[in-house]
Each structure stands twice: as C-alpha cells, then as structure tokens.
Write a protein that binds this ligand. Structure first.
Ligand code: 13P
Ligand code: SF4
Length: 303
C-alpha cells in the first residue's frame, strides 16, 4: 500500500473512532505530517489533558502515552508499537527510588517526565526539559532535591538555580552520541551558525551551545532568530519541522548518529493497525494513577 492510500485509510478510520493523533517532534516526517498536534513532552501532555476525542493515538514513546492515559483516564490511549520505550525512563524503577529516598529522608523528589508511572507515583512534582528550572525553583528551600532520572538535565537545571540537586545517573543514549568535538568542528565551518542543543546533552556539549532548549524551545528559537544557519544538537527527527517552518534557513545536525530508534518504531502502517485493532491500549493501574497524576498536575499548575 502506498503512503497516500495509507493516509486516506487512517483519516477515514480516525473519524469513525473519534480519534486524535498526537506526535512528538522526533517522529518520522510522514507521521508528523498526518498528526493533529506535533510538539514536545509538555505540549503533548497539555493536549492529552484537554482533547475532546475519545481515542488518542500517541506517536511517541511509552512514558508519553502513559502520561496521556493518566491525564485522560476516560479516553483510550493507543501506542502503535508497544516496544517504543525510552531507555532513560527505564534507568530507575520504583523500588530503586524508594531506596534513594531512604538515603535522603525528607528530601523532595522532582522527576523528569521521562519516567514510568510507578516512578512518578513516588515523586512530588514532575518536570519536562522546558520547565525544569521553574519547577526546581518552585520547590521550597531546605533539604537538597532528589532529581531523577536524567543526570544531565539535572546538572543543567542545577547550574541555572541556587538549589542543591542529588542526581541519579540516568542518561539518554541518543543524546550521548553528540560530542563536544562534533560541535567544535561544525562551528569552524559555520562561523555564524547559532548552536541550539537539548539539555539532555552532556555538559561539555551544552558549554558549546548558544542555547539549551526543549524541542519546542529549539523550534521557537529557530523561528525567531535572525541567524541563517543553525547547528542542532538533538534527535534528527526535529529537522523535519525546522525545515518545514523555516525553508529559507539552514539546519545542520550536530551528529547524524543522534537517532532515537524507539521514536522511529512508529510508522504509518502501525498507526493504521492501531486504529483497526484498537491496540496497544496503554493503561495505568488506578492506585498508581492516583499518586502519579498529582506530580504531573502539579507541574501543569506551575507552568
Ligand atoms: P522534549 O520534551 O524536549 O520534547 O524532549 C523529550 C525527549 O524525549 C527528549 O529526548
Ligand atoms: Fe528517551 Fe532519548 Fe529517545 Fe528521548 S531521545 S525518548 S530520552 S531515548
């Protein structure tokens, strides 16, 4: 089946099922193009919370679909490939977090949204890469803050606030593929290029950048900046929207190896199957949802 035929079938079935398609900025270009909304983790959770649709087809990774399911428990949330996980989110589980909390009694816990629902249930407040500074600043002064699971977003956030953060050694394997050398070399060739990176990058990479921003932050800066060339330090999928929204500007990936294999598991075929079979239905057990959703809602209130 050609893409056009697939797209027509998806649109027809989407109507019948009263579904909405949400896609992350790292999705394949053809998936982004058929989505009702494309955005970063924060934007996607806000959309999931307010949509009037009965079904949400979530084109992203598991923790994102889980967050949507927590925020919209009356809706059916479908993840077109159940293997689309986030290795960083799996770098800490609830048991490990409970042990960490015992080591620092009374310390508040801030979790990056890239975490499982059972981990979120153990946390005080959630954050995304677009609001981690605001969230950490919101936490009352006193004990140091346990920040999980991304050590690099945590280190970046700590560097922008006066708070003391206890970091968990998690990381994103995709952003790890971007090296400071990649950017140093590209800056020599593109002297006027503005460097935009994601805060999941290592500190030495962020040190080479003009801005460290969430994926929507990168898109916004590229639209507003007067620069003509940009060196982009994040997952390659973002280039699709960058080029589409700024056809006159040039975007150079910091590393062509920065591909998230999990994000790329979602295809047009799988979106059609998801709508045909109503699979894979992502749910969060009630007892976990009740606790985890508090941390997510607290973040949504702060921002
Ligand atoms: P954003 O919230 O910036 O879109 O990031 C999500 C993510 O998984 C980055 O690797
Ligand atoms: Fe997880 Fe990294 Fe993929 Fe984002 S890019 S979903 S943090 S593995």
């Amino acid at each position: 089946m050609g893409n056009q035929e697939l797209i027509e079938k998806i649109f027809k079935l989407k109507e019948e099922r009263q579904a909405v398609i949400l896609a992350h900025n790292y999705q394949r270009g053809e998936v982004q193009d058929i989505a009702d909304f494309v955005g970063d983790s924060l934007g996607l959770s806000q959309q999931a919370a307010k949509t009037g649709a009965r079904v949400i087809v979530f084109c992203g990774v598991h923790f994102m679909a889980e967050t949507a399911a927590m925020l919209s428990p009356d809706k059916v949330v479908l993840l077109p490939d159940r293997n689309a996980g986030c290795p960083m989110a799996d770098m800490i589980n609830a048991e490990q977090l409970r042990e960490e909390k015992k080591k620092y009694p009374g310390s508040p816990v801030v979790c990056y949204v890239n975490s499982t629902a059972e981990v979120k249930a153990e946390c005080d407040v959630c954050c995304t890469s677009s609001n981690s500074i605001k969230v950490v600043e919101w936490v009352e002064d006193g004990k140091p803050i346990i920040f999980i699971p991304d050590q690099y977003l945590g280190a970046y956030t700590a560097s922008k606030t006066n708070k003391k953060l206890i970091l968990w050694p998690g990381y994103c394997p995709t952003h790890m593929k971007i090296g400071a050398d990649d950017i140093i070399n590209l800056k020599k060739k593109h002297a006027h290029g503005e460097v935009l990176v994601h805060p999941e990058c290592r500190p030495e990479v962020i040190a080479q950048a003009d801005y460290a921003l969430s994926t929507d932050g990168i898109l916004k800066r590229a639209r507003q900046s007067l620069a003509k060339e940009f060196i982009i330090g994040t997952e390659l999928g973002i280039t699709h929207r960058l080029k589409k929204e700024n056809p006159e500007k040039i975007f150079i990936p910091a590393s062509t190896h920065a591909v998230c294999p999990n994000m790329k598991l979602i295809t047009l075929e799988k979106i059609l199957w998801a709508l045909e079979r109503m699979e894979y239905h992502i749910t969060v057990p009630q007892a976990i949802r009740e606790r985890a959703v508090k941390a997510v809602n607290r973040m949504l209130e702060i921002v």
